[in-house]
Design a protein around this ligand. Structure first.
Ligand SMILES: Nc1ncnc2c1ncn2[C@@H]1O[C@H](COP(=O)(O)OP(=O)(O)OP(=O)(O)O)[C@@H](O)[C@H]1O
Ligand SMILES: [Mg+2]
Length: 477
């Protein structure tokens, strides 16, 4: 008769070996001591892990036991006074080293509470080999405009997986937006959740520098409140935005940041306003060349710029790889308010071809020779697209469709947080761009130059101009 193997009433198939685990009998006191030791170790671990809550609680408890209510009240009151004095004396260091670290700890508790459901519904939790693996929330850093969450990804995940669900995370954590960037280590990702909006109000213009900093023109403000510095040296700038998005403020901010150089003769502005001249005409005294209706003049000017560039390139060949602007060899910045008017809407085919050819040459070779183009465009889908890739620096203001974001800024940028189609109409001058050294888009607002300020700028900084063979300076004009 075969042996029947029965464990807990279940009949099991015959096994080759039948193993019986030995039963070790220990006295009760030993088990109790073991439980106590285990409990104690766990308590100590928990105490140390949550030191930021347990240590203050112990101190307060000790003071209460020793001095009654007066103890903890005196300590809390004293600390509050100290913090108040610090805040009044040096607000920046108080926020940086006092307030934000505490706020970060506090907010971390909230994030941790919602972390698992948030990760699960965003499908960032991985099921592997019967285990559930969740990305780990490593650190929460509070900033003026929101929180920076450092997260350790599950093996096999990449920052783009988080970027793809950025909008979902935004709503889950009750933020206004979520930007995703790679962390300092390959397994880390940084989620920047924006709460307050430092860009809600119009940004007043920054003072005009006497010598323009071509490696960092101050054009407005970053989301965190810091100044927005944009490099002009060695790049070409394209600004895209729907009508009324504030392209004018970008152009005027660039012109104003260069105005010191215009006065000293280090920078020459050639400005084309093919939409009739209403936007740019007020700055005429600042411009060495200005054209608004005459498309032939614009084509001539672009070809002159190509000639200048070729001549400089020939001279600098073998001497240097980057032209340095001087008063004799100034930087030429060509500003075009509506690029599509030159490259797409122009009906004269011959003129259009001339303009396109000259622009193509300037955009590909101009930067080393000190010839730059700053162009604005309303509709990024039109014929400007072939030129798009020739602009290393691209700024996207409010756009009408989500698909246009990637068209302007590059593939995947909307997923990484550049939600230009969601910028409200009542926030002109707000946009997204990719800054040097950070592949994810940042939200910015450009300074607003109203008509009075533009008139003042034009009056103060106009450079020397040649009119009828005579050199005339701005002050005389
Ligand atoms: N940075 C800014 N901050 C606050 N308000 C702004 C800013 N830029 C523009 N505005 C406001 O928005 C209006 C439209 O801006 P602007 O003329 O620059 O738009 P645009 O993008 O050039 O539009 P269009 O394509 O029609 O020329 C301006 O009249 C001004 O009142
Ligand atoms: Mg405009």
């Amino acid at each position: 008769m075969p042996m029947v193997n029965v464990i807990r009433g279940e009949q099991l198939p015959d096994a080759v070996f039948n193993v019986r685990t030995p039963i070790l009998r220990i006295p009760l006191w030993m088990a109790v001591v073991w439980w106590l030791v285990k409990g104690l170790v766990r308590t100590v671990v928990l105490y140390m892990r949550f030191w930021y809550a347990t240590v203050p609680a112990s101190v307060l408890l000790y003071l209460w036991a020793r001095f009654g209510w007066a103890g903890p009240v005196t300590l809390v009151g004293g600390l509050a006074c100290l913090a108040g004095v610090w805040l009044l004396v040096h607000r920046v260091s108080f926020l940086r080293f006092g307030w934000y670290p505490v706020l970060g700890r506090w907010r971390r508790i909230g994030y941790r509470r919602r972390w698992y459901p948030a990760m699960a519904t965003a499908r960032l939790v991985v099921n592997f080999d019967g285990h559930v693996v969740v990305p780990v929330l490593r650190r929460v850093k509070a900033t003026a405009s929101g929180d920076e969450l450092t997260v350790r990804m599950v093996t096999g995940q990449i920052p783009d997986d988080f970027a793809a669900v950025g909008l979902r995370l935004t709503h889950t954590f009750g933020a206004r937006s979520c930007r995703v960037a790679a962390g300092r280590r390959a397994d880390l990702v940084v989620l920047t959740l924006q709460r307050a909006d430092a860009l809600r109000k119009t940004i007043p213009p920054a003072p005009v520098p006497v010598v323009p900093d071509l490696a960092g023109l101050v054009l407005g403000r970053l989301e965190g409140g810091e100044p927005l510095r944009l490099r002009l040296f060695g790049t070409q700038i394209l600004v895209a935005g729907a009508t009324g998005a504030g392209k004018g403020s970008v152009i005027w901010s660039v012109i104003a940041a260069l105005a010191g150089g215009v006065r000293s003769g280090l920078v020459k502005l050639w400005v084309f306003d093919p939409k009739g001249g209403m936007e740019m005409a007020a700055g005429d005294p600042l411009f060495e060349r200005f054209a608004c209706e005459d498309f032939a003049a614009m084509a001539d000017a672009l070809e002159t710029a190509v000639g200048l560039m070729r001549e400089r390139t020939r001279r600098l060949r073998g001497v240097t790889r980057q032209h340095i602007p001087t008063v004799d060899e100034p930087l030429v910045v060509i500003v075009v308010d509506e690029l599509a008017a030159l490259t797409a809407y122009l009906t004269d085919r011959h003129l259009k071809d001339r303009i396109k050819a000259a622009l193509g040459v300037l955009l590909t070779q101009g930067r080393a020779a000190g010839v730059h183009v700053v162009a604005a465009v309303q509709d990024s889908r039109k014929d400007v697209l072939p030129f798009r890739d020739l602009f290393p620096t691209r700024i996207a203001l409010r756009l009408t469709e989500p698909a246009q974001v990637d068209m302007v800024l590059g593939d995947g940028m909307r997923d990484r947080g550049a939600v230009c189609d969601r910028i409200p109409m009542n926030m002109p001058g707000v946009g997204y761009l990719v800054l040097d050294g950070d592949p994810s888009p940042v939200r910015v607002r450009f300074s607003y130059w109203d008509d009075d300020r533009i008139a003042e700028l034009a009056g103060t900084y106009s450079g020397a101009r040649v009119i009828d063979g005579q050199v005339i300076t701005g002050e005389v004009l």
